[in-house]
Design a protein around this ligand. Structure first.
Ligand code: SAM
Length: 280
């Protein structure tokens, strides 16, 4: 049966190019082009934006991004077996798709795209969180990207959008929500993928705010948050003891209670703590 973009169905692409899924590369492919188009749409209007895609694999999501009218797509794929399949997509959309046969953890992608930039990816689970943390902690803010629309294991997605007082609330929530908005926009069962993974998945949409919600030095905030959640069962005065001298006084000066636990502290509280630590 012909597809909407005239390219072969993904099952055929996989068998033509011998793309049997490799576990070591986190390969769980999306073969339903309606679903990949829906994920592409959840990134918002792509027509005026460059899109960075990580891990295009056989290209289902790539085709969705191009069909949704992305200005230019740069796709980074580590598995060289996928290159011929991706070249066919490039040929169907002349000048719109560049594929880099690289490791996304090793490459500096910034020179390949022009703002506004949206990042959209069905990430390999083994590198997903690492890439997210890098994207959320650039040297300058606002970052080069306008939004991140990313597939995660459901449990990681829950941690990204978690609110204070919940079990999932931690470093990832503070990082993602301090200077961005983060929400889950789609949930996917294992059967949506080939082969199906053991876990459920979700797409998270993160939009960069022009400035942080509350003032704080990023490095100090990161230190305070890491120390707080490293021993999340401990009270702040014990968990943060090594962060700065007279920590208990600083916790009080930040308007917090030394007997509180990190998991109940809102982002505003962590930023107040970071300012007190910076006060010397
Ligand atoms: N986007 C495709 C889809 O939705 O069907 C494939 C998703 S699959 C979960 C993850 C993809 O990321 C695989 O194609 C894998 O080869 C690729 N990948 C794994 N590690 C990578 C890395 N470090 N850099 C770039 N691509 C990587």
């Amino acid at each position: 049966m012909p597809t909407i973009d005239g390219l072969p169905p993904l099952r055929e692409v996989i068998s033509t190019h011998g793309l049997s899924a490799k576990k070591t590369l986190g390969q769980n492919f999306l073969l339903d082009l309606n679903l990949t188009a829906k994920i592409a749409r959840s990134a918002g209007d792509l027509t005026g934006s460059d899109v960075l895609e990580v891990g295009p694999g056989p290209g289902g999501l790539t085709r969705g991004l191009l069909a949704e009218g992305a200005r230019h797509v740069v796709a980074i794929e580590k598995d060289s077996r996928c290159m011929p399949a991706l070249a066919e997509i490039s040929a169907a959309y002349p000048g719109k798709l560049d594929v880099l046969n690289e490791d996304a953890l090793a490459i500096d992608w910034t020179a390949h795209l022009t703002p506004p930039i949206k990042v959209v990816a069905n990430l390999p689970y083994n590198v997903g969180t690492e890439l997210l943390v890098r994207w959320l902690t650039p040297k300058v803010w606002p970052p080069l990207w306008q939004s991140l629309t990313l597939m995660f294991q459901r449990e990681v997605a829950d941690r990204i959008v978690a609110q204070p007082g919940s079990k999932a609330y931690g470093r990832l929530a503070v990082l993602a929500q301090w200077r961005s908005t983060a929400k889950i926009v789609m949930s996917l069962p294992p059967e949506a993928f080939t082969p199906p993974p053991k876990i459920h998945s979700a797409v998270v949409h993160i939009e960069a705010l022009p400035a942080p919600r509350f003032e704080a030095d990023p490095a100090i905030l990161s230190r305070v948050v890491a120390a707080g959640f490293n021993q999340r069962r401990k009270m702040l005065r014990a968990a943060l003891k090594g962060v700065a001298p007279d920590m208990e006084d600083r916790i009080v000066a930040a308007g917090l209670n030394p007997t509180d636990r990190a998991e109940t502290i809102p982002i505003e509280g962590f930023c107040a703590l970071a300012r007190q630590v910076a006060a010397g």
